[in-house]
Design a binder for this molecule. Structure first.
Ligand SMILES: Cc1cc2nc3c(=O)[nH]c(=O)nc-3n(C[C@H](O)[C@H](O)[C@H](O)COP(=O)(O)OP(=O)(O)OC[C@H]3O[C@@H](n4cnc5c(N)ncnc54)[C@H](O)[C@@H]3O)c2cc1C
Length: 398
């Protein structure tokens, strides 16, 4: 008889990897990780990828070698999960059905290219997937190069529209503006006209976030000469322009859409209770209510703490993974489950080279110091995963 606890984790993002780290410590746990990609993508570092400060290898971790680095109780399957048969406890991929004792759904979100906006899906770029972020980075670089080529002749401005004044839209606008400024300045190019237009549907950027962070971020964007258009929405676009809700037509070279997210496709297929935006409803133990052995963590689930919505971040996804892992072990050991008390521990917003603003454990910070703290957090995160991955690599090649 197999006395192992078979745990399937779907999604090797921030939540999924943290759950592996916790659950793999128990030798009786047999962990199967499924991801549709062969790598973990560090979305929090996208701004550095765009600014050429990191290449794709430094914002991703190979999931095969990462899982191999554990003591043989973790296996990675590069397979997209198509559905889950909750009654028979089986995870279904296009090739096979895998049984489980416990399952953790950690599939995150994707950019929601709203069908109501004509041309959006065809012409806009997203950054939530690595291949899209890479494509956008190349496009950005090529556009800068085209301006260099125009030096000496007519110099037309490069217009980049960023739709969405949330965290990712703000970080990307700031990073592109400050990168381009330095690029032109350091290289003495004549043609240096770059316009970044941030289209934001609310009265102020970073809606719902701390007032100080929103105000400081706006100041920084204005210093970087980002043109912020508040209170307007993109209504349609073509390959060359964007129309917004006040009727204005903005000519553009390319547009990044950071104006909406939705749960990854799998969530739509699952016969589970969801909220009006399609995110999985979970209880205070992070289980779905109908099945005690099914947990949902990270961005694909909606989290409340004492009735207050907890905004999804990488940090929150990791905290959810901690609680969920503990509760799986509580179920295994027939112990009482732990109620979560997850709160945001802080947020750091990258606003261009060597500048960030943030709130960490209730302290506000800004400027270079905030940037350094953000860098240190990212570096430590990557180092930990990289060490594990190296261990796996050594095992494979020894
Ligand atoms: C530009 C940008 C900047 C950000 N900056 C910050 C920041 O500074 N700080 C912060 O805390 N957060 C930040 N975030 C948010 C953070 O990245 C997310 O909160 C975090 O990634 C959520 O982690 P997760 O584990 O829920 O999902 P993800 O990290 O998105 O991982 C989900 C995984 O599931 C896999 N998957 C999806 N569907 C399937 C399927 N059907 N079968 C198998 N695998 C599947 C995906 O391939 C992926 O690997 C930022 C996000 C963006 C886009």
């Amino acid at each position: 008889m197999n006395d192992k606890n078979k745990i399937i984790i779907i999604g090797g993002g921030y939540g999924g990897l943290k759950a592996i780290e916790k659950l793999s410590k128990y030798k009786k746990n047999e962990i199967l990780l499924f991801d549709k990609n062969a790598y973990h993508f560090m979305q929090t570092d996208v701004y550095e990828l765009i600014a050429n400060e990191k290449d794709f290898a430094k914002v991703s971790v190979d999931l095969f070698t990462y899982c191999k680095g554990f003591d043989d109780n973790v296996t990675f399957y590069k397979q997209e999960v198509d559905n889950i048969d909750f009654m028979n406890k089986k995870v279904i991929t296009s090739t096979q059905r895998y049984s489980y004792d416990y399952v953790i759904i950690a599939v995150g979100t994707r950019t929601k290219f709203l069908p109501s906006i004509d041309g959006l899906k065809e012409y806009a770029h997203g950054v939530k997937a690595l291949h899209r972020a890479m494509y956008f980075k190349q496009k950005f670089e090529m556009s800068l190069f085209k301006k260099v080529e125009e030096s000496g002749s007519k110099c037309t401005p490069l217009n980049i529209v960023v739709a969405g004044g949330g965290l990712s839209g703000v970080e990307i606008s700031a990073q592109m503006a400050s990168f381009a400024k330095e690029f032109y300045y350091n290289n003495n190019f004549l043609c240096r006209k770059l316009n970044i237009i941030l289209v934001n549907s609310s009265k102020k950027i970073l809606k719902g976030m701390d007032e100080y962070l929103a105000t400081e971020s706006e100041k920084r964007l204005l210093d970087l000469e980002v043109n912020i258009k508040n209170n307007v929405k993109v209504t349609s676009m073509t390959a060359h322009d964007v129309t917004v809700s006040n009727g204005e037509n903005i000519p553009m070279d390319f547009m990044i859409f950071a104006g909406g997210i939705e749960p990854n496709g799998l969530i739509y297929k699952l016969a589970l209770e969801k909220n009006e935006r399609g995110f999985v409803n979970i209880n205070e133990y992070l289980q779905v209510d109908t099945y005690k052995e099914v947990f949902a963590i990270g961005d694909c689930a909606t989290l409340y703490n004492k009735g207050q919505f907890v905004a999804p971040t990488a940090d929150v996804a990791e905290q959810m993974a901690d609680v969920c892992s503990e509760n799986i072990m509580n179920l295994v050991n027939k112990k009482e489950l732990k109620k979560h008390n997850i709160k945001s521990r802080g947020i750091l917003i990258a606003l261009g080279r060597r500048y960030a603003v943030g709130k960490v454990f209730n302290f506000y910070i800004k400027g270079y110091i905030a940037f350094i703290i953000k860098k240190l957090i990212e570096k430590n995160y990557f180092k930990k995963l990289d060490r594990q991955s190296k261990k796996g690599c050594d095992k494979i090649f020894e």
